[in-house]
Design a protein around this ligand. Structure first.
Ligand SMILES: *[C@@H]1O[C@H](CO)[C@@H](O)[C@H](O)[C@H]1NC(C)=O
Ligand SMILES: *[C@@H]1O[C@H](CO)[C@@H](O)[C@H](O)[C@H]1NC(C)=O
Ligand SMILES: *[C@@H]1O[C@H](CO)[C@@H](O)[C@H](O)[C@H]1NC(C)=O
Ligand SMILES: *[C@@H]1O[C@H](CO)[C@@H](O)[C@H](O)[C@H]1NC(C)=O
Ligand SMILES: *[C@@H]1O[C@H](CO)[C@@H](O)[C@H](O)[C@H]1NC(C)=O
Ligand SMILES: *[C@@H]1O[C@H](CO)[C@@H](O)[C@H](O)[C@H]1NC(C)=O
Length: 451
């Protein structure tokens, strides 16, 4: 869904230090394939190879390894860690000073007098959201109020899909898609979204859609309604289906789980151009044999990222919308997984936080307000927001890979199914002498270069 548009968008002024490997990976999705970038990447590679050799790369992931290193991101030079607004600044120029703990704010529209008097304390997660909430539904404290479907009515809903089963679902898949992506939906139904491949547990698939305008939109709507009658896996609300409204789409999915399936053990939000190894996700990561976790959120952790202030970027974030110099930790929107209880919590929290168009960042802000820190996945190779080159061995050990045409998805999926039990036999030889994780990291680098 996003990849092609993504490829065309470019960023300027990217300068990266070697430590910002994670930044790079993130930018693979959120940015650039510019030739200038390529040069940086090439020079990086040497350093990466060194890192890998030192075998301390794995240790870097997860923990706050970036702390203390300057980040140059977009046009803004800042200290990635431990920054704080200079609250005595007279002009609207925001300055940075070091404080012992990271802090951030999502205050989007506070008066200048407040701005001057506001001090941000370490760990101060109190957002002045009641001043800026964009949903009229609830100003604040609606945490005990009855949930409603939100500001946008359902056009297509599947209110009984969850209740139809005797058991509460183990996993609900929420897949963001657009009306025209019929092929992608069909491919997902036949592959990783097939609800019947795991007979011992309940697994639900839902496609999330908004509405398109115009005559084409009307035509697509007719077809979508027919598709819905056939598959009963579509939910749609009456908002304009656009990239900038992805946040609304995601919240619709959370709202659906909260209202119609609050007992689901886990939920995954992903996109329609993804490869998702649902089997690995269910049996290796989430594990139906264990007691379902609470307040659990995982995916490709984006830690310490700064808002993109380059106005030409798709990921531009205006200082008015988000004045903070750093986002809270969030998980790439290409695929994140959370415990069912969080659907309600995130949705309710969102009622008092002004919407930002970057869906994954926004969910991260909701989590920060809930004081829930995303859990790093057991290894950095599970959730990929770039495309990992296919091999049955790699694909049987990852959860997400990004950027698939429906035909490729079918092809690789079937190959993987038929080689499931000897997925890594053919690659064993080439692997001897190398550490497993080293190999995987090299794959990642190879990908950075390819795109
Ligand atoms: C804050 O800004 C003021 C005015 O620009 C400056 O004089 C002061 O040194 C700054 N304080 C810090 C801690 O950076
Ligand atoms: C900020 O608040 C003021 C006064 O409440 C309002 O006029 C203005 O439109 C708001 N700006 C934004 C960006 O919401
Ligand atoms: C916003 O929150 C503050 C403190 O929580 C409260 O005093 C104020 O009345 C609230 N304003 C609105 C408009 O809800
Ligand atoms: C909200 O609900 C919880 C548990 O259901 C309860 O403990 C709490 O007192 C309620 N708060 C308000 C403001 O009604
Ligand atoms: C889903 O998987 C089942 C069992 O493997 C298979 O019989 C069915 O045809 C699949 N459904 C689709 C839509 O491919
Ligand atoms: C998001 O959807 C709303 C409701 O349909 C619409 O008014 C708004 O223009 C949309 N925003 C964007 C940026 O597409």
């Amino acid at each position: 869904m996003r990849s092609q548009a993504d490829q065309q968008l470019c960023c300027q002024n990217i300068a990266l230090s070697g430590e910002e490997l994670e930044t790079l990976w993130w930018r693979r999705r959120h940015c650039c394939t510019h030739t200038a970038t390529l040069l940086y990447l090439l020079s990086l590679l040497g350093f990466l190879a060194f890192l890998v050799h030192q075998a301390w790369l794995p240790k870097l992931s997860g923990i706050s390894w970036w702390r203390g290193y300057p980040v140059v991101y977009g046009d803004t030079v800042l200290h990635a860690a431990n920054t704080k607004w200079n609250t005595s600044a007279v002009h609207s120029v925001w300055r940075f000073a070091n404080v012992p703990q990271p802090s951030f704010t999502a205050d989007a529209n506070i008066s200048s007098s407040e701005r001057h008097s506001t001090s941000f304390h370490p760990r101060d997660m109190s957002f002045k959201n009641n001043l800026t909430a964009s949903t009229s539904q609830s100003q604040e404290g609606a945490l005990n109020a009855t949930l409603t479907h939100g500001p946008f009515p359902y056009i297509i809903n599947e209110p009984d899909k969850c209740a139809e089963n005797q058991l509460a679902p183990f996993l609900v898949l929420l897949i963001a898609t657009e009306a025209r992506q019929v092929e992608a939906r069909n491919a997902i139904r036949q592959t990783w979204g097939n609800e019947t491949v795991f007979p011992s547990l309940v697994f639900i698939r839902l496609f999330l859609l908004g509405k398109k305008e115009g005559e084409l939109g009307l035509l697509q709507q007719k077809m979508l309604e027919a598709e819905s009658r056939r598959h009963h896996d579509i939910i749609q609300q009456d908002f304009l289906d656009s990239y900038k409204n992805l946040t609304i789409k995601t919240l619709m999915g959370m709202n659906w789980v909260a209202m119609h399936c609050p007992k689901a053990s886990y939920v995954m939000k992903t996109d329609s151009d993804m490869f998702v190894n649902t089997e690995y996700l269910i049996y290796k990561l989430l594990r139906p044999d264990l007691k379902p976790k609470k307040n659990y959120f995982t995916g490709n952790n984006m830690r310490g990222f700064a808002p993109n202030r380059n106005q030409n970027s798709k990921w531009y974030m205006s200082p008015e919308l988000y004045p903070g110099d750093k986002y809270p930790t969030f998980c790439s929107g290409t695929g994140y997984v959370f415990s069912g209880d969080l659907a309600t919590k995130i949705y309710r929290t969102s009622l008092s936080i002004r919407h930002l168009h970057l869906e994954d960042v926004y969910v991260g802000i909701c989590l920060a307000k809930l004081q829930i820190e995303p859990t790093p996945p057991p290894n950095g190779f599970l959730f990929n927001h770039w495309r990992v080159s296919y091999s049955s061995c790699k694909y049987s050990h990852l959860i997400t890979s990004h950027g698939f045409h429906p035909n490729e998805l079918l092809k690789y999926w079937h190959h993987l199914q038929s080689n499931k039990h000897n997925a890594c036999i053919n690659t064993f030889k080439e692997r001897t002498g190398r550490v497993h994780s080293t190999r995987m990291n090299r794959d990642k680098q190879a990908h950075l270069l390819k795109h």
